[in-house]
Design a protein around this ligand. Structure first.
Ligand code: 6GU
Length: 225
């Protein structure tokens, strides 16, 4: 998979891709992530990328010219299976969306900033408008990092068996059960006996029961569909 990310502040999200699982996925050659600075396509001596919105609503909007130039340049190198725009007015991101996107080969992410991007860019290029939750971030960069992480960890070969995505919360519409490690007893606090029993089936049943219990308490909405 290849993910291209267009941003006015690429330095804001360089580090998530240079550590741990995302770094290793790139080193293994499973995924390639490229950040592109929209200012490289900015207009005039000052590399301008934004302007006041028509209609007088306060706030700056990313102009269409630099975005059209940048996107068309990237499209001349490869064709994209999805062009994502990160925006609080997008469709809310969830595990199902991550699963679907993880099957694609080439993804382009446009990070919103200020009051957003000119609507003509959205109309002309964008295939997926995604929000990561009902709150407002200063820009789409952190959302792009969140979405990329959620997608990349699902690609076969990125995680090993111990960290397998199959046991993640949400994969079966349930939250994950509680987990314990050594020691089995710590300051008088015991690990539930079933977990040290060695009975695989009993452990599996216990985990499922706990997952169900947690989901009922914390996220009953997940059990509705
Ligand atoms: Cl994708 N962008 C911004 N700026 N804020 C958000 C968001 C995205 N998702 C939730 N809040």
């Amino acid at each position: 998979m290849r993910i291209d990310i267009i941003s006015v502040l690429p330095e804001l999200i360089r580090s998530p891709f240079e550590a741990s699982i995302l770094k290793r996925a790139q080193q293994k050659g499973i995924v390639e992530v490229q950040l592109h600075n929209l200012k490289d396509f900015g207009m005039g001596k000052h590399r301008q990328v934004d302007d006041y919105s028509f209609g007088g609503n306060a706030g700056m909007v990313l102009r269409p010219e630099p975005l059209f130039e940048c996107i068309e340049f990237l499209q001349s190198q490869r064709s994209y299976d999805a062009i994502i725009y990160t925006t609080p007015d997008g469709r809310r991101f969830d595990q199902k969306a991550a699963n679907n996107l993880s099957l694609l080969e080439n993804i382009l992410v446009i990070c919103g900033h200020y009051k957003g991007i000119d609507q003509r860019v959205r109309d002309h290029f964008v295939t997926h408008e995604i929000s990561i939750g009902d709150y407002v971030l200063s820009g789409g960069e952190l959302a792009a990092a969140v979405i990329s992480d959620a997608i990349i960890r699902l690609i076969p070969g990125v995680l090993n068996d111990e960290t397998s995505a199959l046991t993640d919360s949400f994969q079966d519409n349930l939250l994950a059960p509680p987990v314990y490690t050594r020691p089995a007893e710590f300051r008088g606090l015991d690990v539930p006996e079933v977990l040290t029993s060695g009975h695989f089936k009993k452990i599996e049943d216990w985990n499922h029961e706990q997952a169900l219990q947690r989901t009922k308490e914390r996220r009953p909405d997940l059990l509705e569909d």
